[in-house]
Design a binder for this molecule. Structure first.
Ligand code: PHE
Length: 337
């Protein structure tokens, strides 16, 4: 019996493996319910009394040694596995491609930076708007046909997806003492059929400047500065009379065509100019609706579609490209912005 224990002790001492399943087999063989140690314990009552003490101690030593061995091997196995996860850490890395900003973000950031340089801050507001901020405060009376200018997605009669970021400017005017100089970039929604020139979701930057003695000349100079910064020093602008409920007088702004430098081509339909935004002097009603004294303050506002500016700047001929996430298109816009 003692010889058997000695033999097992040697086996335990000499056992080595890092394979978890072999460690487990070893544990079961020695320490399992039907294992060697249990079998030896069962033999205990057949041992002559004078040998019981020595035999008992030997079994305990064996049991202890087997336990320690199993724990030690398990620990070693876990350490090797977690230190390299079975990977070859000397292998060289996989090259990965740098991403690029979306062209609409590039253009939006550029517009923001151009206006930041002349003191405009950035303001943002909710995409789900109430009737007051999207329409009524902006001088669109209820039932007024001008509401049809912007096909609206209504959530209920009082709540809609904003059709322009002018709604943000109402919020700014309501909460700020003039002077106000801010631009509002953001996503807007109109119930329009999707085509090469229109989408039901698009992006705008609208600008607002309110102070004492702000004039139409200030508006024109601000827009000329913007056009030159955006499209180049030689760019000219042209203002055509137009109508918006919230501005009076109102105008449509054109820039000289980038392709033909104003000489006339297919893109500008031989006019030499391309439309880029709407603008005007803020209607006194709008100022009063927002708690600003129109006898003291005046202001101008303008609003442009980011997609439109991006199409002109990068000569993209279909607005849908911006929303389809085709990598062949997006990869062309790796820039520093
Ligand atoms: N809010 C107008 C639009 O969405 C644009 C605009 C803004 C026009 C400010 C004039 C002044 O079309």
């Amino acid at each position: 019996m003692l010889a058997k224990v000695e033999e097992l002790l040697k086996e335990v001492a000499g056992f080595k493996t890092s394979a978890p399943e072999e460690i487990e087999q070893f544990r079961i063989k020695l320490l399992g319910k039907k294992g060697e140690v249990t079998a030896l314990m069962a033999e205990f009552r057949n041992i002559p009394v004078e040998q019981k003490k020595e035999f008992g101690q030997k079994i305990n030593t064996l049991k202890q040694a087997a336990l320690e061995k199993v724990n030690e091997l398990k620990l070693a196995a876990v350490n090797t596995a977690s230190s390299n996860h079975g990977l070859d850490l000397t292998m060289s890395g996989q090259p990965f491609e740098l991403g690029a900003r979306h062209p609409l973000s590039v253009v939006r950031n550029e517009i923001i930076s151009i206006f930041n340089r002349i003191g405009f801050s950035v303001s943002e507001g909710p995409e789900i708007e109430d009737d007051w901020h999207n329409f009524t405060a902006l001088n669109f009376p209820k039932e007024h046909p001008a509401r049809d200018m912007q096909d609206t997605f209504f959530i209920d009669p009082e709540i809609a997806l904003r059709t322009h970021t002018s709604s943000v400017q109402v919020r700014v005017m309501e909460g700020t003492e003039p002077p106000i100089r801010t631009i509002s970039p953001g996503r807007v929604f109109r119930n329009e059929a999707i085509s090469a020139r229109a989408h039901c979701i698009f992006h705008q930057v609208e600008g607002l400047y309110i102070d004492k003695d702000v004039s139409f000349a200030d508006l024109k100079q601000t827009l000329l500065y913007f056009a030159k910064e955006m499209f180049g020093e030689k760019t000219k602008i042209r203002l055509r009379p137009s109508y918006f409920p919230f501005t009076e007088p109102s105008a449509e702004v054109d820039v000289s065509c980038q392709l033909c430098s104003g000489k006339g081509c297919n893109v500008c339909k031989h006019t030499g100019f391309l439309e880029i935004m709407g603008c005007g002097m803020v209607d006194p009603n709008v100022l009063e609706n927002c708690g600003i004294d129109s006898s003291v303050y005046s202001g101008f506002a303008f609003g442009m579609g980011i997609e439109r500016i991006a199409m002109l700047k990068y000569q993209v001929n279909d607005l849908r490209h911006f929303f389809e996430n085709d990598l062949r298109f997006l990869k062309q816009f790796k820039t520093a912005y």
